[in-house]
Design a protein around this ligand. Structure first.
Ligand SMILES: *Cc1c(COP(=O)(O)O)cnc(C)c1O
Length: 396
């Protein structure tokens, strides 16, 4: 069943898109746990290797279950092609390394997931790729950082953990004006609430580990772009370096996609209510939530995002001690650095995800000793509000 047959809405594409049924006519997607494939004849093997006959060759290259996941993601994102990876970081690394070579220059927003920052700041320079990190919220900073050898822009929006928003269309248009490409890490927005390709980005990457699985089961990632870029830049790298997603994980992620719209809608609705509640509390110095009128880039949120967010950033008065007391007093919300899960999770970035940054770099990102990131799960909204209220009281 081809997802291109009809102009399906996301909820339909996420249930049927990309489905490849075997001769048994199974309802649910089959899990093809195989490394290799056999050929009827030697001639058929030759034809397949020559690309004259369609079919699978080896699961490092492609696999039917992984293929279903890639096609379903394409239908959701409105992308021509995709490659699924073993983790979100494998997707980010492949998208970056396949876009630049020694002597090229990358400009990236400095508010990035910690490992993305390591790839750009530490790994890339080892191979002669220069990088400049900027405050991505002002397009003038991107313009100022451009050099004659700038080939790539990279950003995340909303950012981790402070939920800053970058104007994707403005950065895409700057990239186009100098013949560079823009890669967007769209994890925090989810594919439902922001469409970077429609905003002009060239490549979109996801950690499927987060909302796409959304139930804490497996790691995964995906890179989406136009067919030409994938054929010319990613295809060979992918085949020969092997960041491939396992068919078992692809199957898990396919099942996750079926319920993604329901989960994201519920989690966003709860998060909006919790953000409003937190903003009223005297113990909370600041709440950053895309969707609230007091978000620092509220105008850009309105322009490029269709929903709020499943995540909330908050600053507790009283620094680390008060933030820890609040975390420890929560009964339903669990302390974890993961996000996008069915279970509500809270993390203290300064001592966990962002502990490797200098105090100065953390301050630049707006991460203080009292900053917490809350990922809202699928629990009853009233129960969550009650849990947060009792924890604030206990932490006083
Ligand atoms: C989690 C995450 C990643 C990395 O994904 P993994 O699946 O953990 O490798 C990259 N970017 C963002 C924004 C993330 O939240």
């Amino acid at each position: 069943m081809s997802s291109k047959k009809r102009n399906w809405k996301p909820q339909t594409a996420l249930v049927h898109g990309g489905t490849l049924r075997s001769g048994f006519g199974e309802t649910s997607e089959a899990m093809y746990l195989t490394q290799g494939y056999v050929y009827q004849t030697a001639q058929a093997a030759e034809a397949r290797f020559k690309g004259e006959e369609p079919g699978f060759i080896y699961s490092r290259y492609a696999n039917p279950t992984v293929d279903m996941f890639e096609k379903r993601m394409c239908a959701l994102e409105g992308a021509e092609d995709a490659r699924a990876t073993a983790s979100g970081m494998a997707a980010v690394t492949a998208a970056l390394l396949c876009s630049v070579k020694a002597g090229d220059h990358i400009v990236a927003a400095r508010a990035l997931f910690g490992s993305c920052r390591w790839v750009i700041e530490t790994l890339a320079p080892r191979y002669g790729i220069e990088a400049t990190l900027v405050d991505g919220t002002d397009i003038a900073n991107w313009e100022k950082a451009v050099r004659p050898n700038t080939k790539l822009f990279f950003l995340e929006s909303p950012t981790n953990p402070t939920l800053e928003v970058v104007d994707i269309a403005a950065v895409a248009s700057l990239a186009n004006s100098i013949g560079a490409r823009l890669v967007v890490d769209n994890v925090f927005a989810t594919p439902l609430q922001q469409k970077p390709l429609q905003l002009g980005a060239h490549i979109v990457v996801y950690s499927a580990t987060k909302h796409i699985d959304g139930q804490g089961r497996c790691l995964g990632g995906v890179i989406l772009s136009d067919k030409k870029w994938i054929d010319e830049n990613l295809h060979d790298y992918f085949r020969h370096t092997g960041p491939s997603l396992s068919p078992f994980n692809a199957w898990t992620l396919l099942k996750g996609l079926e319920t993604l719209p329901l989960r994201v809608r519920q989690q966003t609705e709860s998060a909006g209510k919790i953000a409003d509640f937190l903003a009223e509390q005297p113990q909370i110095a600041r709440v950053i939530y895309p969707g609230r009128a007091d978000h620092p880039q509220a105008e850009i949120v309105k322009k490029q995002m269709s929903g709020g967010s499943t995540l909330i950033c908050l600053d507790v008065k009283g620094g680390k001690q008060a933030a820890f007391a609040l975390q420890n007093a929560l009964e339903i919300v669990l302390i974890s650095n993961n996000l996008g899960d069915a279970k509500s999770l809270i993390t203290h970035p300064a001592t966990t995800t962002h502990k490797n940054l200098s105090d100065e770099a953390r301050a630049e990102l707006g991460i203080g000793p009292g900053t917490l990131r809350l990922s809202v799960g699928l629990e009853d909204t009233g129960d969550l509000l009650e849990d947060i209220a009792q924890a604030l009281k206990a932490a006083k």
